[in-house]
Design a binder for this molecule. Structure first.
Ligand SMILES: C[C@@](CO)(OP(=O)(O)O)[C@H](O)COP(=O)(O)OP(=O)(O)OC[C@H]1O[C@@H](n2ccc(N)nc2=O)[C@H](O)[C@@H]1O
Ligand SMILES: Nc1ncnc2c1ncn2[C@@H]1O[C@H](COP(=O)(O)OP(=O)(O)O)[C@@H](O)[C@H]1O
Length: 293
């Protein structure tokens, strides 16, 4: 059999339909309960076997390609745990905005784990890939699965949910940087914080009732970021005014997304946001993505 020397993997972004923080754990992480959804916005990760070491290059100069890059770290982990002696050259064609709450880095790591498993025919099972992924980052197991999932624990325990009814996702990423660790660190449970109705969303997914799902978009981490960056709330309100069903901040932010079943409406909202916020905000339109088996 001819051995394959290189391949490409698409690395999809995610949004959080709900995000609840239950409590802080002894290991420093927070116990969460969140509904995660893959979207078709993606980076392309190319892998090529090479003699020597692991090397990474990317189309964005701002992204470090050394051993802080999650793609590099995923390759090193597979190499060490599977005793691979060859190296790999990784090219990241980044389309997912950086540090956005869209799991861009995590999806790259997931793509490297999957890709190296295929390239070297390692025979790692889905559960083994997810365990390797979880050791690098809480969102990586989800990125290895995609579709619509309930994520619990620190985000790595996944329960498949009925697929989200297909809809368009308007994404607005303000030019501000937030650190996931800082956002979790600043989160304080308080009586006035509205928590997601996770079971209500799941019931809506079971009935394929998009309004029941969108009415219940809720992310407790907004209580941290909106206070510091009022632009996040301005984006949410503008999206609703221009006609999305509802809007929310994804993950630890700062990206805001709005959902609509209508592609023309999504493009209209994106155009209006671009005129209103100009270069202060990076605007995209994507689509929800069902799980690929
Ligand atoms: C908030 C979420 C929601 O999907 O996404 P992003 O905003 O990063 O996309 C995730 O929970 C982010 O997951 P991920 O980005 O993989 O985080 P990790 O690398 O595991 O952790 C980064 C840091 O965030 C904090 N952290 C993360 C997850 C968690 N359940 N509790 C935490 O307290 C910890 O301080 C940790 O050191
Ligand atoms: N391959 C990668 N792509 C994007 N970001 C990366 C990558 N590797 C490491 N990072 C770092 O991970 C951090 C989180 O980025 P990212 O995963 O895109 O966002 P988030 O965790 O908010 O969804 C950023 O500070 C970024 O520099």
């Amino acid at each position: 059999m001819l051995s394959v020397e290189s391949l490409q993997v698409e690395a999809y972004a995610k949004i959080n339909i709900t995000l609840d923080v239950l409590h802080k754990r002894a290991d420093g992480y927070h116990e969460v309960s969140m509904i995660m959804q893959a979207i078709d916005l993606h980076d392309t990760v190319s892998l090529k076997k090479q003699n020597g070491d692991i090397t990474v290059e990317a189309n964005i100069p701002a992204l470090a390609c050394d051993d802080s890059n999650l793609a590099y770290r995923a390759a090193r982990l597979v190499r060490e745990s599977c005793h691979i002696t060859e190296g790999v050259h990784i090219v990241l064609d980044k389309q997912i905005p950086l540090a956005a709450g869209l799991a861009g880095g995590s999806s790259n790591a997931a793509a490297v784990l999957k890709g190296m498993n295929q390239l070297w025919q390692l025979g790692l099972t889905q559960a083994e890939l997810e365990a390797l992924g979880a050791s690098l980052g809480s969102d990586i197991p989800f990125c290895l699965r995609g579709g619509t999932m309930l994520a619990t624990g620190r985000g790595e325990i996944l329960t498949p949910l009925p697929a989200m009814p297909c809809c368009y996702v308007v994404l607005a990423k303000p030019g501000i940087c937030v650190s996931t660790a800082q956002v979790y660190g600043r989160y304080r449970s308080a009586e006035q914080i509205v928590h997601p109705d996770t079971q209500g969303v799941i019931a809506g997914l079971e009935r394929q009732d998009l309004p029941a799902v969108t009415q219940r978009l809720c992310n407790v981490l907004e209580s941290v970021t909106v206070t510091e960056y009022p632009l996040i709330d301005e984006l949410k309100q503008s999206m609703k005014r221009y006609g999305v069903m509802n809007s929310l901040m994804s993950g630890s932010g700062p990206t805001v997304f709005g959902l609509t079943p209508d592609q023309e409406q999504a493009n209209y909202v994106a155009d209006r946001l671009s005129s209103q916020f100009k270069d202060k905000v990076d605007i995209r339109v994507a689509k929800t993505l069902a799980r690929v088996e």
